[in-house]
Write a protein that binds this ligand. Structure first.
Ligand code: BEZ
Length: 234
């Protein structure tokens, strides 16, 4: 098996799979017209993964409202996932339910296709476990964002929600989100605002972006153009 190179903007590999919600003949078909976040975690019955799946479950409705499907994956079999999920539910507050599928990738075929095996983290048999990967995929099945974390660092679900909001905003409008958005640095009373893309001409900015403001900088160049998200074209 050869590891593929996945690049932003490319169509992600399709695959069949066994999951906690049944067999899939096609991941792409399962995603359908939705956005999708494909997560991997190193192993069932491990502490950080247990907290991650719980935190993800708490965000499930938030993602659903934004047309985002969730699937997670590890190299453990479905029976193991199902037994472990009882621990996840018991450990997490608020009586959560796990309404998204967990993929079983024992033969690592999917993990190889997505390049998510960690050669530094091996199971007892010597085979590699998966890293903590996050693939955000748009309805055209294109990879829009990827995060890779090692087994030792649990992911922040609020950051993943922030990425979804930013991606969906920029999919609809010619905008980009500043560092730390929506808590971005604000020198002109435009907190939570987003930048017009440099490719937006002055004429188009004036025509389509209501009340945008330009930050003055020593160069005199007008590239820091902020617009409030509520003023973006509908
Ligand atoms: C964990 O989820 O806690 C974990 C899994 C594999 C290696 C290290 C930590």
């Amino acid at each position: 098996m050869r590891a593929g190179i996945l690049r932003l903007g490319n169509i992600v590999p399709d695959f069949s799979a066994n999951t906690t919600q049944g067999e899939w003949s096609s991941f792409h078909e399962w995603v359908g017209d939705s956005w999708c976040i494909l997560f991997s975690h190193p192993a069932d019955f491990t502490p950080v993964c247990t907290t991650e799946i719980g935190r993800l479950a708490l965000k499930y409705e938030w993602f659903k409202e934004r047309n985002v499907k969730i699937a997670t994956l590890s190299v453990d079999p479905v029976d193991s996932h199902n037994t472990w999920l009882k621990d996840v539910v018991a450990h997490c507050e608020n009586g959560i339910t796990i309404d998204f599928p967990i993929i079983a990738d024992a033969d690592r075929k999917i993990s190889v296709k997505y390049g998510m095996l960690d050669p530094t983290n091996l199971e007892d048999t010597g085979l590699p476990l998966t890293i903590r990967a996050v693939f955000i995929i748009d309805p055209e099945k294109k990879l829009k964002l990827q995060l890779n974390y090692p087994a030792s660092v649990g992911r922040n679900m609020d950051e993943i929600c922030r990425c979804i909001e930013a991606l969906q905003l920029s999919a609809k409008n010619s905008v980009a989100t500043p560092a730390n958005w929506p808590n971005n640095h604000d020198s002109i009373g435009m907190k939570g605002s987003v930048f017009l893309l440099p490719t937006v001409t002055k004429e188009d900015a004036d025509a389509y972006f209501k009340d945008y403001k330009t930050c003055e900088v020593p160069s005199g160049k007008e590239y820091l153009r902020l617009v409030k998200t509520e003023n973006l074209p509908k």
